[in-house]
Write a protein that binds this ligand. Structure first.
Ligand SMILES: Nc1nc2c(ncn2[C@@H]2O[C@H](COP(=O)(O)OP(=O)(O)OP(=O)(O)O)[C@@H](O)[C@H]2O)c(=O)[nH]1
Ligand SMILES: [Mg+2]
Length: 275
């Protein structure tokens, strides 16, 4: 699978992020809890260097709870705090502010030693498209400061928000990396909705998703579509039949494929983790 998607606004955003890094005290890195490794943008490590970092695994409600607990444990490290959140339901404001203050502790001590007056922390939020960066800021601010939508590439420019007496946050456009060396990574990003649909090879993606479900979550096809078998075409025919995707007596299998991928992406098949 060859997916190449790095729209012009991302090139510009990358430059602007680099230019503003010097002004921020710490990074809030968002990853999708369904794919905490594949949604880790290598650019962020490069960009954030040794800044204190809070890692937030978003969309906890959509991932496999056991897997997510394991990921939180294995990703936690010195100077990095990891929390998993349903940004829409959890007490995001309280937990993020606490997390930021925690990763900032060593820096606060240095400020104090140098006689620097405490001030609001300046944080930059970074992550792949559609992972929830603007949502996180709106939840922190308790109002709709940023535009949010369930498609990648919504935020196009950097924007500061004063969200808490102790915290100012810079929202940034989601960044991907130019070329995906690893087909598996590209597939997971596509299945979870971080790559624009228009660049996706639907059939390959469907095949990959089907094979993945057969191995990892075979029961969900029965629960969602009433399908018990192990055959791709039969599954598509079942979906087409149930949804009335029929033309001139033929099932419209492509429509069934698109529906299946959309429902998987939006979590209709139940919580699951891709890694
Ligand atoms: N179920 C669920 N949905 C979430 C969560 N966080 C964000 N979303 C949804 O994810 C979609 C994308 O959110 P945004 O905040 O626009 O994502 P973004 O990272 O700013 O995206 P770009 O600006 O395109 O880079 C929206 O539909 C949100 O409602 C979460 O924890 N759980
Ligand atoms: Mg955004």
């Amino acid at each position: 699978m060859s997916i190449h998607w790095f729209p012009g606004h991302m090139t510009k955003a990358k430059r602007e992020i680099e230019a503003r890094l010097g002004m921020v005290d710490c990074i809030i890195e968002l990853r999708d809890s369904r794919l905490p490794l594949s949604s880790r943008n290598p650019l962020i490590d490069q960009l954030s260097k040794d800044k204190p970092r809070l890692i937030v695994l978003t969309k906890k409600d959509m991932s496999d709870p056991q897997k997510t607990t394991q990921w939180v444990k294995s990703l936690s490290a010195d100077n990095t705090v990891v929390i998993a959140l349903n940004l829409l339901k959890d007490d995001t404001r309280k937990l993020i502010v606490e997390g930021v203050l925690k990763v900032m502790e060593p820096k606060f001590s240095r400020w104090k030693a140098r006689g620097i007056q405490p001030r609001a922390v300046k944080a930059m939020v970074l992550g792949i498209p559609n992972v929830g960066k603007s949502t996180l800021i709106n939840q922190l601010a308790k109002k709709k400061l940023m535009t949010v939508a369930n498609k990648p590439g919504v935020t196009m420019a950097l924007k500061w928000a004063n969200v808490h007496p102790q915290l100012d946050i810079l929202d940034t456009p989601g960044l991907l990396w130019g070329r995906f060396e690893d087909k598996d990574v590209a597939m997971k990003l596509a299945l979870s909705g971080s790559i624009a649909e228009k660049v996706l090879p639907t059939e390959e993606l469907f095949d990959a998703a089907f094979d993945f479900l057969m191995v990892n979550y075979p029961h969900v096809l029965l629960a969602r579509y009433g399908y018990r078998g192990k055959d791709k075409t039969e599954l598509l025919e079942t979906i087409a039949k149930n949804r009335g995707y029929v033309q001139n007596g033929e099932y419209k299998l492509n429509d069934a494929m698109v529906t299946f991928l959309r429902e998987l992406r939006q979590g209709d098949l139940g919580p699951m983790s891709f890694e």
